[in-house]
Design a protein around this ligand. Structure first.
Ligand code: TTJ
Length: 643
């Protein structure tokens, strides 16, 4: 048999076309969506193959290049996809990889590829959804190449040149199909964040990302961490003060589960424990995270008792106490991961619980014996957390009892709406009493509620729970929303479909909005995840000319308006420094009227799940340098506050 035989439409050829046609018909089934998320998923799908080679120990460098024409190349120095004929299909292995829909599981690999869910659907899906795709393999001193268009084979696998016998690897270049995707432009920052994460999770692997597009600034990032997830923890803690200098690290394999854990406490109060399965984040945790928590709680309590850091009469430290201020990465590799939960983002394999538990318990016990200062620091911080938690519980019980007495009283400053169906209702959280007053006059009473907040709200990153519960502004928000917080949180009790943060369009306003988002993210993350949180967009400028009025929400928009109406002394341009400079009518028509306003929905994308937390810690923490750096680097981001 030779390759040409298969250019005729044999039975299996038709099978293939059917398979890839199905991908083109229902792309969402394979890559989740055809939005930006799905587009970037194509890149991860290809890069995953190279990462598998790195995990097999035969690939050290992956280069990703966004080209001038918008196509993208992924190049590795792995073994190269085999070029020989696969006897089952009569095709080269290369062609099989790119044209046959896989049920998951890597071709010839047998590694830790994720099946099910969105990851691990295979390179053929990328091929099916690309206008064109070219693969080159460097092996045995030769360079092979094949081209496909919309999943169909265009050229056979040909030798197009020679290379040195030591050179080996795979290069894939593709251009996503405009017929499939809303927008085929790759976002450099989205790729950057994910590649940094992969590099942290794959110790020693170097990933280079380069942007060659003429419309973008020339840029390149190289991610290469010999310390792997230990450096990931240092990175996540870079804006905090560590409680002790070392990052604690445990590693081992049990029941076919590879376990790697890195952790370090900082002097803050929030917990940042991130679980990964086969390099994919598990936003809902799962057995690996449960195993970690159980081992951490037991080990620290045992340590505290053995070393008389807890009296016999005192109760055990809870897991929450011990995890206060903890940053940790739990990374497991499993052959057949099972995902559970509402969004299939929670690991279900029970063997992962035992494996992580056993590795962490053994190695952490050993570490604490060797490093008593660290043990002492963690226990002391946990005891403080325990006391604060007791105080907080008392405060909370008190407020609960109070509200039971006077019938869940809503905050006095709240101007509630009259419609009682939450689906129709929205609440504006407004900076300052004066803007709050205008908003109350301007609003549509039936469906719009106003809650004015005085000054800056408490920074929940820098306060313990007892202080947070005592804070009037925070209490007002909690009672107004109706959902409760943390474990008591119940989305069905939400009293407003939209929670709209309305602050001045200046640096202070952005800061207040960030404080508010930090609070929501820490206390009721589901509100953000389910898309209930919005940022109002007040205009930056008012332009008046011959009794006509225009509002501009950005500098480019102002330019556009001036370009259209002409630039001369008949224009009166006012720059709004705050909401307070607008009267009720202006506030209504520019910022509040559902028919005319612009709202930004706050979203949390998985791609940056490990970064969201950092954004808050960086902006809200007390180290000044990293914050300045962050704001300068991400000025756009901070303005948009699109977390
Ligand atoms: C499979 O087992 C035998 C040796 O080669 C293994 C392999 O397939 N290696 C491999 C595949 N390295 N790199 C890839 C690869 C790289 C890219 C960019 C895209 C794809 C689909 C595969």
């Amino acid at each position: 048999m030779n390759i040409e035989d298969h250019e005729e439409y044999g039975a299996d050829q038709i099978q293939i076309l059917k398979g890839l046609e199905a991908v083109r018909k229902r792309p969402g089934m394979y890559i989740g969506s055809t939005s930006s998320r799905g587009l970037h998923h194509l890149v991860y799908e290809i890069v995953d193959n190279s990462v598998d080679e790195a995990l097999a120990g035969v690939c050290t460098h992956i280069e990703v290049n966004i080209h001038r024409d918008g196509s993208i190349t992924v190049r590795d120095n792995g073994r190269g996809i085999p070029v020989g004929i696969n006897h089952q299909s009569g095709k080269t292995a290369v062609e099989v990889v790119f044209t046959i829909l896989h049920a998951g599981g890597k071709f010839g690999g047998g590694g830790y590829k994720v099946s099910g869910g969105l990851h691990g659907v295979g390179a053929s899906v990328v091929n099916a959804l690309s206008e064109w795709l070219e693969v080159q393999v460097r092996r045995d001193g030769k360079i092979y190449q094949q081209r496909y268009e919309r999943g169909k084979t265009i050229t056979r696998l040909e030798v197009i040149g020679n290379t040195s016998p030591e050179d080996h690897g795979t290069t894939v270049t593709f251009y996503p199909d405009k017929e499939i995707f809303d927008d085929v432009r790759f976002d450099y920052d989205i790729l950057k964040i994910r590649f940094r994460e992969i590099a942290f999770l794959t110790r020693g692997l170097k990933i280079t990302l380069t942007d060659e597009r003429p419309a973008e600034k020339p840029r390149q990032h190289v991610f290469h961490y010999e310390g792997g997830i230990k450096q990931f923890v240092e990175y996540l803690n870079r804006s905090s003060n560590p409680l002790y200098p070392q990052v604690i690290y445990c590693e081992g394999e049990k029941e076919n589960v590879q376990v790697e854990v890195a952790m370090q406490h900082n002097d803050g109060y929030s917990e940042n424990v991130l679980g990964f399965v086969n390099n994919i984040i598990t936003p809902e945790g799962g057995t690996h995270v449960e195993g970690f928590r159980a081992a951490l709680t037991k080990t620290l309590n045992d340590y505290a008792r053995t070393n008389k850091l807890l009296k016999d009469s005192e109760p055990n430290l809870t897991g929450d106490d011990i995890r206060e201020g903890l940053t940790a990465i739990i990374s497991v590799k499993i052959i057949d991961p099972q995902f559970e939960g509402q969004t299939k983002q929670k690991l279900g394999n029970s063997e992962a619980r035992g494996a992580v538990n056993s590795v962490v318990a053994t190695q952490l016990t050993h570490f604490l014996e060797q490093n008593p200062n660290v043990g002492k620091a963690i226990v002391e911080k946990s005891v403080l957390a325990q006391r604060a938690r007791d105080a907080a519980r008392k405060a909370r019980d008190l407020t609960r009892r109070k509200s039971a007495l006077d019938g869940m009283s809503l905050p006095g400053k709240l101007a509630d709406c009259t419609d009682k169906d939450p689906k129709n209702c929205e609440i504006f959280i407004v900076e300052g009493d004066s803007a709050g007053g205008s908003a109350k006059t301007a609003r549509s009473r039936a469906t719009q509620a106003i809650l004015p907040l005085r000054g800056k709200i408490l920074n929940v990153e820098k306060a313990r729970l007892d202080r947070i519960y005592a804070n009037a502004e925070i209490k007002a928000m909690i009672t107004a929303f109706g959902t409760g917080i943390f474990d008591d949180f119940d989305i069905t009790k939400l009293r407003y479909d939209k929670i709209i943060i309305m602050t001045d369009a200046d640096v202070d306003g952005a800061h207040i909005a960030t404080l508010m988002l930090t609070f929501l993210y820490r206390f009721m993350p589901e509100l953000i995840k389910q898309g209930h949180v919005y940022l109002a967009q007040p205009p930056l400028y008012k332009v008046e000319r011959n009794k006509k009025v225009w509002y501009a929400y950005s500098d480019p928009e102002l330019e556009k308006i001036l370009g259209e109406i002409g630039r001369d002394q008949n224009n009166k341009i006012q720059r709004y420094k705050g909401l307070g400079e607008m009267d009720d009518d202006q506030l209504w028509e520019t910022t509040m009227d559902p028919e005319r306003r612009i709202l930004k929905r706050v979203n949390m994308d998985d791609a940056s799940a490990s970064e969201v937390d950092l954004t808050f810690t960086t902006l809200m923490g007390d180290k000044v340098e990293p914050r300045r750096e962050f704001i300068e680097e991400n000025a756009k981001y901070v303005q948009n506050l699109d977390v």
